[in-house]
Design a protein. Structure first.
Length: 367
């Protein structure tokens, strides 16, 4: 019988991954999950605000700035997944990867794909005898709840995890840095240049080079592993923070200057697969490695961290309820306060529903 492929844990790694896993590192990952999911809610709240407000009004500008400066949140989720799945010390057989991780994501894609496809059809008044078939087609093509793209990307990264682990198990620090530099240049920078060129009416000048190297969110997967294995220290950490602050300024400036000066409303400057959002995401990830939280705070973060996947899956329902069924206006009060109150409300409602579903055996697998 052929020996099953697996990655073994050494005794020294048990303190990291097993029951004795470093408490600070666990707390750091929970912190990243909780903060990131809140800002994902903020992104989707402000996206609705941008659609419902008149362009270049005060409320529109506030929503645009907060939306663009929050775009690091989803990349951080991929970085956390990479940190956990690509650690060579974690035992992870291909069988377990498919039966536990990939199957769970697939089930959620199907279940929540139906929910959001039918919800969209209801909101647009197109429910009919063909709604189920439309939902099935939408799930197959990825044309369902707008936030579910994350699950399709995540399942592809899980499928590629054994290949990524070949890199992380055998590559030196220098080789990992080389792979990340290639990704940054040919995926993030070249992709961002292409996006800007398209916005200004030019051809995608670097499109020839982008598809043939490490591209997309796989780079964030690898970056999460790198920053966990080789945390930034001293001058490198300070440079990371400075570059992140400058990137945030560029994002805000671009979101303000381009529409005002060139009459161009572009998402290129704050694109998650762009250099500026990557630098902010890297800084947020680095901050999490240096936080110190009390035992009570750790327990709270642990509880919230376990519910972040369910919050991600359910929060769009409450956003639809808020803006499309109850018809709440984005400018019902001062813009920053309105965004904060709406985000906290949607976050809390999603947390409650996710927690309730986790207590019901038949529904537990869907959150």
């Amino acid at each position: 019988m052929r020996k099953r492929e697996t990655w073994k844990k050494s005794k020294s790694s048990m303190n990291w991954w097993g029951k004795g896993m470093d408490k600070q590192r666990v707390c750091g990952f929970d912190f990243l999950r909780v903060v990131s999911i809140f800002f994902v809610v903020v992104i989707h709240i402000t996206s609705v605000g941008l659609r419902l407000c008149d362009s270049m009004t005060g409320t529109w500008i506030v929503n645009a700035l907060i939306n663009s400066i929050s775009r690091w949140a989803v990349p951080v989720f991929f970085m956390v997944s990479g940190a956990l799945f690509l650690d060579p010390r974690r035992e992870l057989s291909i069988k377990k990867l498919y039966t536990k991780n990939i199957s769970r994501i697939a089930i959620c894609i199907i279940a929540w794909g139906f929910v959001y496809s039918l919800l969209d059809q209801y909101l647009y008044g197109t429910l009919s005898a063909k709604s189920i078939l439309i939902a099935v087609y939408g799930i197959i093509t990825g044309n369902t709840g707008y936030h579910l793209w994350f699950l399709y990307t995540l399942i592809m990264l899980y499928i590629a995890t054994p290949l990524f682990r070949l890199i992380t198990c055998h590559a030196s620090k220098r080789q990992l840095e080389y792979a990340l530099v290639v990704w940054i240049i040919f995926s993030l920078i070249a992709g961002q240049i292409n996006s800007f060129a398209a916005e200004f009416g030019f051809d995608e000048v670097l499109s020839l080079y982008v598809p043939f190297v490490i591209t997309g969110y796989g780079g964030y997967f690898l970056l999460g592993h790198y920053l966990t294995t080789y945390p930034l220290k001293g001058a490198a950490k300070r440079r990371c923070y400075i570059l992140a602050i400058l990137s945030a300024c560029v994002i805000c400036g671009g979101k303000w200057i381009l529409p005002m000066t060139f009459k161009i409303e572009t998402a290129a400057v704050e694109a998650p697969l762009g250099l500026f959002s990557c630098l902010v995401a890297g800084a947020v990830f680095t901050v999490s490695q240096n936080i110190s939280i009390s035992d009570t705070g750790t327990r709270v973060l642990s509880f919230l961290g376990q519910r972040t996947f369910g919050i991600y899956l359910t929060h769009v329902f409450f956003i639809s309820l808020l803006y499309h069924i109850w018809h709440v206006k984005p400018d019902y009060c001062q813009p920053v306060l309105a965004i904060f109150v709406s985000s906290v409300g949607v976050f809390a409602a999603s947390l409650f529903v996710s927690w309730i579903m986790s207590k019901i055996p038949l529904l537990r697998k869907f959150v």
